[in-house]
Design a protein around this ligand. Structure first.
Ligand code: ZN
Ligand code: ZN
Length: 318
């Protein structure tokens, strides 16, 4: 099979011929139909999140067909958990210290085939074509977990308007929340896209929103946004950090945190998040906007993501 392989930090992914993997006990062999690209893939490429045992096939938003039975499933970032630790036994498997992650510790979906732990393969709602379903599996799932951490917040700020934010804007509106979209300065395309999706307001991250926010989610990997988001939320508000990696958070006055404001991160996902979100998405209904790339253009998709050259999500179709 053909696969895009990570070999070392700072080197582009390489197109290689690999043997088709074989499913072990409890695993499914999947013919990959689509695989979403995620900012985490850039962090892996750049070494900000490390791959312990390269070479590795990246990609953790996989839509595939199980062979030979023909069932369509999706595979997310969390690819294996121990099932025995305190976290696994208390519905917090997202924090399992022995967890293995798809496209980091386990070969992922930027290939024609992959194998996945059946416990972490989820049925994809019928309404979605393969490529449209792929962004639901990380942007959607982890975005949904971050939204849950915002409780009943009505005015919701989203810092970084990429794949996750474009999905969450739709979910938030279905829940009668108002979305305030913050982009990089001058990114009028992303601001227009946010308004098109129904955001109540869109501007750049240095701007104050027209109302105090009840909660904010920071998707962009820039620690200074945490401080800006804290200054935009009302007393009692929460700022959720939705990414796996972020630059350092600058120091800020205690008064920005005072008033029972909360800063927290959201890590990975649980199977419950996946089941809930994949049931919710077609009811909203969430429509994903994506640009598709052939397998050998995975590196280009990643560089386009870095440069902000598309709105919504990017998906590899091998
Ligand atoms: Zn991801
Ligand atoms: Zn565990």
């Amino acid at each position: 099979m053909r696969a895009m392989v990570f070999e070392a930090v700072g080197q582009p992914l390489r197109l290689l011929e690999r043997p088709v993997p074989r499913a072990g006990p409890g695993q499914l062999l999947l013919k990959v139909r689509a695989c979403g690209v995620c900012r985490t893939d850039l962090h892996l490429l750049d070494g900000e999140v490390s791959i312990e045992h390269p070479p590795r096939i990246l990609g953790h938003q996989i839509v595939g067909i199980a062979e030979p039975e023909g069932r369509r499933v999706g595979v997310p970032w969390l690819g294996w958990t121990c099932g025995e630790c305190e976290y696994c036994r208390s519905e917090r498997e997202n924090l399992c210290p022995r967890a293995r992650f798809t496209g980091r510790d386990i070969d992922g979906g930027m290939a024609q085939y992959t194998v996945a732990d059946e416990r972490y393969c989820f049925a994809i709602p019928d309404d979605y074509p393969d490529a449209q379903a792929a962004p639901l599996l990380c942007a959607g799932l982890i975005g949904y977990r971050a939204l849950r951490m915002c409780g009943t917040a009505r005015r919701l700020g989203l810092y970084g308007f990429g794949a996750a934010a474009h999905i969450l804007t739709q979910v938030a509106q279905a829940q009668d929340r108002e979305v305030y979209a913050f982009t990089r300065e001058g990114d009028s395309a992303a601001q227009a896209f946010a308004r098109e999706l129904g955001a109540a307001w869109a501007g750049h991250s240095g701007q104050a929103p027209p109302h105090e926010l009840d909660a904010a989610i920071v998707f962009a990997p820039d620690g200074s946004l945490v401080v800006q988001a804290l200054q935009a939320v009302a007393p009692g508000g929460t700022v959720v950090c939705g990414g796996i990696h972020m630059s350092d958070i600058p120091t800020f006055p205690y008064s920005s945190l005072w008033g029972e404001r909360v800063v927290r991160s959201v890590a990975n996902l649980t199977r419950r998040d996946a089941e809930e979100f994949l049931a919710l998405a077609p009811r909203v209904p969430v429509r994903t906007h994506m640009s598709s790339y052939p397998l050998e253009a995975a590196g280009q998709a990643l560089e386009d993501l870095r440069a902000g050259r598309f709105t919504g999500a990017a998906v590899i179709v091998p």
